[in-house]
Write a protein that binds this ligand. Structure first.
Ligand code: ATP
Ligand code: SF4
Ligand code: MG
Length: 322
């Protein structure tokens, strides 16, 4: 349904170029949840913004395709792209308060969105808004519709944001760290809610997070990014059952174990994430990799298929390791 092929996005910062996304390919099949995981600065948000055509003015997609049901959204006319953005692909950000308008009641914002997208009168729009708020478990929705964003908790605002996005009936929801500003129990509730809605509506979700442990519980497929590159992808069972890329192994080892009898020894990565203005040669993980080999700093390893749904970019899994 959504197919991203060899996407490259760069920023101009003064005289320098930042390759924020450097040849990323993945798919979001219909009726599934795909998680993108990676440390801060790995290019997750820029990938989402490139798909939506919402990049900052100093950014440019330099190559690749973003196919939505076969049509490339990168090259289609802006009005057609706006249609897809509004009706078919919805976006949820980290901070719901930034997306909700503080000077209008929640009801006002719902009614405006629903009337705009579905050509119905205000009475019907209000009924739909109540049903949507019920779906995301806002208690007493009939009266709460008249409240303003600041009268809700942050967790409730995120539920409201999800409901408001669902009002457009999207086929794909891109959720960029939707729970990062919330505490752990609320995070779990919101993600469980997203999954429930996804199943009910048979829609797709692209869930972006820096937390592999969280994503794994809710996703059908996981994509791991490092410094603008995709380094591994697979199902949660594949990724957790046998993580291949040393970076994935380090991410998994950093997830605290809930079993007190299980020995837990995190793989400690040396060094900080390199600057995206100065990406290491060859495998860009080589400056931190515990298994680095001489060839790793030469030519960049390509993503190769290991089994169905499973790909990794690392010389440990290529034919000749030299
Ligand atoms: N407006 C911008 N101008 C210049 N560089 C940018 C801009 N936005 C993002 N970048 C750079 O692009 C790279 C990828 O950023 P991105 O926001 O996609 O990271 P991320 O994976 O979403 O990180 P986080 O987990 O912190 O949200 C970073 O190196 C960042 O500095
Ligand atoms: S290619 Fe080399 S440096 Fe990169 S992850 Fe594999 S072993 Fe490590
Ligand atoms: Mg981000």
């Amino acid at each position: 349904m959504l197919s991203v092929k060899n996407l490259k996005t760069e920023f101009k910062v003064g005289q320098k170029t930042v390759r924020a996304v450097d040849g990323v390919s993945f798919e979001v099949p219909s009726n599934s949840i795909v998680g993108i995981v990676g440390e801060s600065g790995s290019g997750k948000s820029v990938t989402a913004l490139s798909i939506m055509g919402l990049l900052a003015s100093n950014a440019r997609v330099t190559s690749g395709e973003v196919l939505w049901n076969g049509a490339d959204v990168l090259t289609m006319p802006e009005n057609q792209r706006r249609q897809i953005r509004g009706k078919e692909i919805g976006l949820i950000f980290q901070n719901p308060l930034a997306a909700l308008n503080p000077v209008f009641s929640i009801g006002n914002q719902f009614i405006e969105t629903i009337c705009l997208h579905h050509n119905v009168d205000k009475k019907i729009a209000r009924e739909r808004a109540v049903a949507l708020l019920k779906q995301v478990n806002i208690p007493d929705p009939e009266t709460r519709l008249d409240d303003y964003p600041h009268q809700f908790s942050l967790g409730m605002c995120q539920r409201i944001m999800i409901a408001l996005t669902l009002a457009m009936d999207p086929k794909l929801l891109i959720a960029d760290e939707p729970t990062a500003s919330l505490d752990v129990t609320i995070q779990a509730q919101i993600l469980a809610l997203l999954k429930e809605i996804q199943r009910e509506r048979e829609m797709s979700v692209l869930l972006i997070s820096h937390d592999l442990g969280i994503v794994a519980q809710y996703c059908d497929y996981i994509v791991i990014m490092y410094l603008g590159k995709l380094v591994e992808k697979g199902t949660p069972e594949q990724i957790f059952g046998s993580p291949k890329h040393p970076y994935t192994q380090a991410l998994i080892s950093a997830i605290p174990s809930t079993d007190p009898h299980k020995k837990h020894s995190p793989i400690l990565l040396t060094g900080d994430i390199p600057s995206p203005m100065n990406v290491p040669t060859g495998c860009r993980f080589h400056t931190r990799c515990p298994y680095v080999m001489p060839k790793c700093s030469g030519v960049e390893p390509v993503l190769q298929s290991l089994e169905l749904n499973r790909e990794v970019a690392c010389y440990l899994y290529s034919e000749s390791k030299e």
